[in-house]
Design a protein around this ligand. Structure first.
Ligand code: PEP
Ligand code: MN
Length: 392
């Protein structure tokens, strides 16, 4: 495995890329995608950037959510409608309580690739490539499923197109705007779906793309890709992020200081947010950059249950949200929004909630192919707790 290989001979290092066994087939898949219609319109990316500028000014909030990793097997109108309704309900509750418009942004229609802490997975004495999301390989622990397959880029494109059609139908029935986002991880997919327009280059696989905590190095290929496109972009910032990291990312990704262009998604963990976030926010504010600050209260709070499941406690999620709001209130900056892993289904992947899921309940309906998601009830619990924080 080669965690730092360059996709192009002379390009910057690209972390977290699969070892595609058949590079000719990869080239053909990327060429096919480049010849297909873009998934979203550049004008819509511009419109989302304008909406995010309102968040940066403190006049709106962002609610971003969906699966950790979408699944090709699960993708379809029912799961899309369930996720859409969940975000919609949460947005309505938060908007009512905060008195601010809430921008609805799905982790959807492209969220099919995952960074992994290890390139391989060992079970017993069998070692296979790690599952990297349905864009790359399959979750089953077999050599066939785990071999990266470039045809999956095409399958993800078509699944995302179907999801976008479903979202359009749902939005037309309910009114308002709904936007899509995913982690820009697999560079062949993102490059193949980027298009040069009269207004510049856009990544047209989704309206907003983000760069993960593991691929955000300023001299890396993911930041270089994001710097070249006009979309609104986001970067995850974990507890090891320094103010200098943030300022460097601002210079690279938002050199013109355009409000709405750059969002920082902090994912510190409930135990670290009150210590790690203030210096970042204060120094970014002092630099004059108008970024959007979003709280991801899930990725810093993943624990292992006694049943051996990867899970999260709703109480930790709420505590990180509370810490995020406290930090922004004490600095006089705008807490711009929230980023959650959730589903509209009644899964049992996170613990806690009004209809309490306990550790021993986790095996009942544990269906995620990656990180644990809040179920419908737990998502609404978060929305009502947020409402209480806004009206307190
Ligand atoms: C994710 O959003 O699923 C993820 C991997 O997050 P992070 O980059 O913050 O670890
Ligand atoms: Mn995740």
């Amino acid at each position: 495995m080669n965690p730092n290989h360059s996709s192009a001979m002379t390009g910057p290092p690209a972390a977290q890329q699969p070892d595609w066994p058949d590079t000719a087939a990869l080239r053909r898949a990327a060429d096919d995608l480049a010849a297909l219609p873009a998934l979203v319109a550049a004008e819509d990316c511009d419109r989302l950037r304008e909406r995010l500028a309102a968040v940066a000014r403190g006049e709106a909030l962002l609610l971003q959510g969906g699966d950790c990793a979408e699944s090709l097997a699960e993708a379809g109108p029912d799961t899309t409608a369930a996720k859409y309704r969940t975000l919609n309900l949460m947005a309505a509750v938060v908007s009512e309580a905060s008195g601010l418009p809430v921008i609805r942004l799905g982790r959807i229609a492209g969220q099919f690739a995952k960074p992994r802490s290890s390139p391989t997975e060992l079970r017993g004495d069998v070692e296979l490539p790690a599952y990297r999301g349905d864009m790359v390989n399959g979750p089953a622990f077999t050599a066939a499923a785990r071999t990266p397959d470039p045809d999956r880029l095409r399958r993800v494109y078509h699944a995302s197109l179907g999801t976008l059609n479903d979202l359009e139908r749902l939005t037309a029935a309910d009114g308002g705007e709904f936007w899509t986002s995913h982690e820009a991880l697999i560079l062949e997919y993102e490059r193949a779906l980027s298009r040069l327009t009269p207004a510049g280059r856009y990544a047209l696989s989704g309206h907003l793309l983000w760069i993960g905590e593991r691929t955000r190095r300023p001299d890396g290929a993911h930041v270089a890709f994001a710097a070249r496109v006009r979309n609104p972009v986001a970067v995850k910032l974990g507890p090891s992020s320094t103010p200098d990291d943030a300022l460097r990312l601002i210079d690279l990704l938002d050199p013109d200081r355009e409000p709405g262009r750059l969002t920082f998604i902090s994912r510190m963990g409930a135990g670290a947010v009150r210590d790690a976030l203030p210096d970042l926010v204060a120094k970014v504010a002092a630099s004059g950059a108008e970024v959007v600050w979003v709280c991801d209260p899930v990725h810093g709070n993943t624990v292992s249950s006694p049943t051996g499941h990867k899970t999260r406690r709703l109480d930790d999620v709420l505590d990180e949200i509370r810490g995020f709001l406290e930090v922004h209130r004490s600095l006089g900056t705008h807490p711009g929004g929230f980023h959650l892993e959730l589903t509209g289904d009644h899964v049992t992947e996170c613990v806690g909630g009004t209809y309490e899921i306990r550790f021993e309940d986790l095996p009942t309906r544990y269906e995620t192919v990656c990180d644990p998601r809040l179920n419908l009830g737990q998502s609404l619990d978060v929305a009502f707790e947020l409402a209480a924080m806004y009206t307190a």
